[in-house]
Ligand binder design. Structure first.
Ligand SMILES: Cc1ncc(C[n+]2csc(CCOP(=O)(O)OP(=O)(O)O)c2C)c(N)n1
Ligand code: SF4
Length: 293
């Protein structure tokens, strides 16, 4: 009689926790995102050694240290370049990029555009608190016009960007919006984002209680409501209708289309390049480039 195969490990949310205790301020919205991520990872049974969580610099960018996977806390604004390298060189690894709105939309805005355009095989979770948290409350590209911050004493004179609007315009193939105060909704959206093949962008409104006060949480809670049933997620036009909202915060999947990811297109190129080409050995290559070798 043959022995039964060993049981596969079953992961529970707590298995993804590290020994590092989050240093976020009590009440920070990022706690909700972290808890939601643990639950989503358990729901999908992500294998820790086949998952990488990468970030830039900021309060939110501390998150990789709290997740029991491979992780990288890189340089301010550079989560996505690092994620690109991992995703392209290790297509078998699930790559999750995380960070703040300053990190991703100010200094890292350029990388956001090109990652979306390429339909990079990465899930990007932006923890949007409409402020620079770590550096003590300076204005961010997402800070609403008129808001007073450490650097806009008389009110922010600039118009704010809507991260979801940008993601859709840049070519992301999955775009969602969540509120970290709604744990169940955030878990569901992270699961959907992780299941998507290609660049999935989830903007999570994640209050900063220290630099935006209690009002931010209260106002987000009051404004958050699910997207209307029947919203056509395949239509850019329809998705744009739920961007730049002021009195409402529509949560859910705004946009979801299928399109070859960067790795899909690279695989096709590899096949095309190899087709009909004679098999060349490494010594032959060395000889070609270094005749005297
Ligand atoms: C190249 C570089 N420029 C500026 C900084 C300073 N800096 C660190 S975090 C940060 C902004 C943090 O805000 P955000 O990315 O929104 O994240 P949060 O702290 O709000 O989560 C800045 C400007 C830096 N570390 N490196
Ligand atoms: S400063 Fe704001 S974003 Fe940073 S940990 Fe505190 S509450 Fe969170």
């Amino acid at each position: 009689m043959s022995a039964a195969p060993p049981a596969l490990p079953v992961f529970v949310p707590g298995d993804y926790k590290t020994d590092l205790k989050p240093v976020w301020c009590p009440g920070c919205g990022d706690f909700g995102v972290l808890t939601a991520l643990y639950r989503a990872m358990a729901e999908l049974q992500l294998t820790p050694e086949l998952t990488a969580v990468v970030s830039g610099i900021g309060c939110s960018s501390r998150l990789p240290g709290y997740v029991e996977t491979y992780g990288f806390n890189t340089v301010h604004g550079r989560a996505l370049p690092l994620a690109t390298g991992v995703a392209v060189s290790r297509p078998d690894v699930k790559v999750i990029a995380v960070g703040g709105d300053g990190d991703g939309l100010a200094i890292g805005g350029n990388h956001f555009m090109h990652s979306a355009r390429r339909n990079l095989d990465v899930t990007y979770i932006l923890m949007d608190n409409e402020i620079y948290g770590l550096t003590k409350g300076q204005v961010a590209p997402t800070t609403p016009t008129g808001d007073k911050t450490k650097t806009t004493h008389y009110g922010n004179p600039e118009p704010a960007v809507d991260p979801c609007e940008l993601a859709i315009s840049f070519g992301a193939t999955w775009v969602g919006r969540a509120f970290s105060g709604d744990l169940k909704g955030t878990v569901e959206l992270i699961v959907k984002a992780l299941r998507h093949r290609g660049f999935a962008f989830l903007n999570v409104m994640s209050p900063c209680v220290t630099w935006r006060g209690d009002d931010q949480f209260k106002s987000l809670k009051a404004k958050a409501r699910p997207l209307p049933a029947g919203h056509d997620v395949t239509s850019r036009f329809e998705a744009f209708k739920f961007t730049r909202e002021t009195d409402v915060l529509s949560t859910g999947v705004l946009y979801d289309v299928k399109s070859p990811s960067l790795n899909d297109r690279l695989d096709t190129i590899k096949v095309t390049a190899r087709a009909g080409a004679p098999l060349v050995t490494v010594p032959e290559i060395v000889k070609t480039f270094l005749p005297s070798f």
